[in-house]
Write a protein of this length. Structure first.
Length: 130
C-alpha cells in the first residue's frame, strides 16, 4: 500500500476494541481502514524482517500476530499467557519470540518466567523459570 509506512497503536477505542492505524511515513497520510485489535493491546513488536508484528493485550493476557504485507491478523496466531507482560522481542529467525512475565505463577518456585513463543501458524509456548 505505502512504500514506507508506520503502524500506530490506539489500544482504547470505542466498543471495547483498539486499532492499529497504518500511516504513510512519507507524507503522514493515514490509511482509511485500521486493523481492529482487542482493547487494552499495549505491547507491539515487529519482526526483524518486518514481515509480522506480535501484539499483547493486557485485557485478556493474549498475544496475536499481524501479517504486515496483508495488514491483517493472522488466523490461528492467538495465544494466551499465564500473566501480563510488558516486554517482548522477536528473535532474528523471525519465528521465535520471548516474553518476560514477572508475575507468572510457578508451582514450587517464586513467581516469574521467560516464555519462548514459537510463532508458527499455531503458536506454542515453552516456559523457562527465572
Amino acid at each position: 500500500m505505502f512504500p514506507s509506512r508506520l503502524f500506530l497503536l490506539n489500544s482504547s477505542g470505542a466498543n471495547l476494541q483498539g486499532y492499529v492505524y497504518i500511516m504513510n511515513a512519507t507524507n503522514d497520510q493515514v490509511w482509511q481502514t485500521p486493523i481492529v485489535v482487542p482493547n487494552n493491546t499495549d505491547v507491539m513488536v515487529e519482526s526483524p524482517d518486518k514481515s509480522k508484528m506480535l501484539l499483547f493485550s493486557s485485557g485478556n493476557n493474549g498475544t496475536f500476530q499481524i501479517n504486515n504485507p496483508t495488514e491483517a491478523i493472522l488466523s490461528g496466531s492467538s495465544l494466551f499467557l499465564p500473566a501480563r507482560t510488558e516486554s517482548m522481542a522477536i528473535l532474528s529467525d523471525n519465528k521465535t519470540a520471548v516474553a518476560a512475565l514477572r508475575n507468572a505463577p510457578v508451582s514450587g518456585a517464586s513467581d516469574g518466567a521467560v516464555l519462548v513463543i514459537h510463532m508458527t501458524v499455531r503458536a506454542t509456548l515453552t516456559f523457562y523459570l527465572t
